[in-house]
Design a protein around this ligand. Structure first.
Ligand SMILES: Cc1cc2nc3c(=O)[nH]c(=O)nc-3n(C[C@H](O)[C@H](O)[C@H](O)COP(=O)(O)OP(=O)(O)OC[C@H]3O[C@@H](n4cnc5c(N)ncnc54)[C@H](O)[C@@H]3O)c2cc1C
Ligand SMILES: NC(=O)c1ccc[n+]([C@@H]2O[C@H](COP(=O)([O-])OP(=O)(O)OC[C@H]3O[C@@H](n4cnc5c(N)ncnc54)[C@H](OP(=O)(O)O)[C@@H]3O)[C@@H](O)[C@H]2O)c1
Length: 457
């Protein structure tokens, strides 16, 4: 590539991984010009559309990400869907290198009978609903009194907490009106969370777990018979402060006197119960129970099934067993891990060779595990390799590197690109909606409305 012009890099996906990658790349020795593509009219990925609305401290990470993009040296091109509006071959016309940071947005499959029943939901869809994602319907069927949540990760905790919480306690947050009204009408009384392994294998963060104990008018109930610790559990408690804290909180809860439970809603945490089947006993196509099978610890933190089953009368089941990445057009995909195959961020082709000039970072690189902060170290690794490759071998030079060439191409295709100034309009609009009722922000949900505001039409 000639050295008389800036290196042109496209980053696809404006979640934390993409924004950190852009920021880190912009501060390297390379003279670089970066365009950050996003399929939604708003940036920030799961920080906006995954982090629970009642976690304002984490939502504040948006402020730091906002600061990166408002500098103006990284150009945001939102409302551009990779795979539909543009593909890799076309991106290569305009960019010397491309980084994919498209995250993971769907639910990992749970292979038990009954997941197709009415009342069986993926946690990712429910999260998208309560966080106002424009791609999910605005109404959510909250008709169940008893609900099961499968999984013992932080998403299961988020889902269980949002389901159990009184809607009025969420009204201080940025939740849109449709979410408040949906939750307000919910008749829920009991939310049961099921972990297939023991308390020492739960993937909850200590802070998020303790928070459950402070939800107004919700009793947290645990069952002493679920508390089993094998050698693997003791090793985990000994080696991880987080596990130690989680186990302590849970164990403290076993000491609570049941006669003191007085809340109108209960959140039950069950351990050593593997999901076996979602049941429709009356054949009406709707969930009316969850069957779990008792497990026992094997000694190393893994479990075996015991054959002893239990049917829990519930009218809804939420599957919070992890997220999963989606394949990207013109790129190889690992169907087992749900990631783009890569070696430390260098995308690999079917022969295991680096697909020149193509990189990935964040959850699409690593799989759907880890906190927002992890996407920063992850981006550092990917960018380090991109810089190495650029310095050592260079990249095939893009034929049309001018920043106007790509916007012209998208305009010719009829793509209505939303740039940073468009996001600023939406941001101001949402803040004004919030301010009018004493809240920081109220989200706009409809994609059309988002576009009307961002495009000023
Ligand atoms: C429900 C939930 C709650 C969480 N809460 C917390 C928390 O409280 N604290 C914490 O530290 N971590 C939390 N996490 C983890 C955190 O959200 C992730 O670590 C982080 O968001 C991963 O970043 P990412 O950029 O790889 O993916 P994402 O955040 O998913 O960003 C990917 C971006 O790419 C865009 N995109 C996808 N496909 C395309 C395409 N084809 N074309 C263009 N753009 C595309 C998406 O719209 C999105 O904006 C939570 C995760 C979940 C699922
Ligand atoms: N507040 C926060 O900080 C926050 C909030 C949300 C998410 N996050 C982060 O985002 C990432 C994703 O969270 P997550 O909750 O989706 O994933 P996770 O932490 O990987 O938890 C998934 C849970 O599902 C269980 N599971 C998987 N397959 C199952 C099956 N077939 N049957 C029963 N249970 C099954 C797992 O059990 P096993 O352990 O037995 O496999 C585990 O308990 C995590 O790193 C999380 O910390 C953070």
């Amino acid at each position: 590539m000639s050295t008389d012009r800036q290196l042109r890099v496209a980053i696809v996906g404006a979640g934390p991984a993409g924004i950190y990658a852009a920021d880190i790349l912009s501060k390297t020795e390379l003279d670089v010009s970066i365009d950050l593509f996003e399929r939604l009219p708003a940036p920030f990925g799961l920080v906006r559309y995954g982090v629970a609305p009642d976690h304002p401290r984490i939502k504040q990470i948006i402020t730091a990400l906002h600061r990166v993009l408002e500098r103006g040296d990284i150009r945001l091109l939102s409302n551009v869907d990779y795979g539909i509006d543009i593909k890799l071959d076309e991106l290569r016309e305009f960019y010397d290198a491309v980084i994919f940071s498209t995250g993971a947005i769907t639910d990992a499959p749970l292979d038990i009978p009954g997941t197709e029943l009415d009342g069986s939901y993926g946690a990712a869809d429910f999260v998208s609903w309560y966080d106002g994602h424009p791609h999910v319907p605005t109404t959510w069927p909250l008709e169940a009194q008893q609900v099961a949540v499968i999984g013992a990760g932080n998403v299961a905790l988020d889902v269980a907490r949002v389901l159990a919480k009184h809607a009025d306690d969420l009204l201080v947050t940025e939740i849109p009106a449709n979410v408040y009204e949906g939750l307000k009408a919910s008749p829920v009384t009991d939310v049961h969370v099921f972990a297939r392994r023991g308390p020492a294998q739960a993937k909850f963060s200590p802070l998020e777990l303790r928070e459950l104990g402070h939800v107004p008018d919700v009793d947290v109930i645990v069952y002493p018979e679920d508390f089993e610790f094998d050698e693997g559990s003791m090793a985990a408690i000994g080696s991880s402060n987080q596990t130690k804290q989680v186990v302590k909180t849970l164990t403290d809860w076993t000491l609570k006197d049941p006669s003191t439970f007085s809340a109108s809603r209960r959140l039950h945490l069950h351990f050593l119960h593997a999901p076996a089947e979602i049941l429709d006993t009356d054949g009406d196509g709707k969930v009316d129970a969850l069957r779990t099978e008792r497990t026992r610890l094997n000694g190393d933190g893994t479990v075996s099934r015991t054959g002893e089953t239990h049917d829990w009368p519930v009218q809804a089941v939420y599957r919070a067993v992890g997220y999963f990445g989606s394949p990207l057009a013109e790129l190889p995909f690992d169907d087992v891990k749900g990631v783009v195959p890569n070696a430390e961020g260098r995308v690999l082709d079917l022969d295991g060779e680096h697909l020149e000039g193509v990189y990935c970072t964040g959850w699409i690189k690593r799989g759907p595990v880890g906190l927002i902060g992890h996407t920063k170290s992850d981006a550092s690794e990917t960018i380090r390799h991109l810089v190495e490759d650029s310095v050592q071998d260079g990249f095939a030079s893009a034929p049309q590197p001018s920043p106007d060439a790509i916007t012209g191409f998208l305009a010719d295709r009829g793509v209505e690109v939303v740039q940073w100034s468009g996001w600023e309009l939406l941001d101001a609009h949402e803040r004004a909606l919030g301010e009018a009722v004493g809240r920081e922000r109220i989200k706009v949900v409809s994609r059309e409305e988002m576009l009307d505001i961002t495009l000023g039409r």
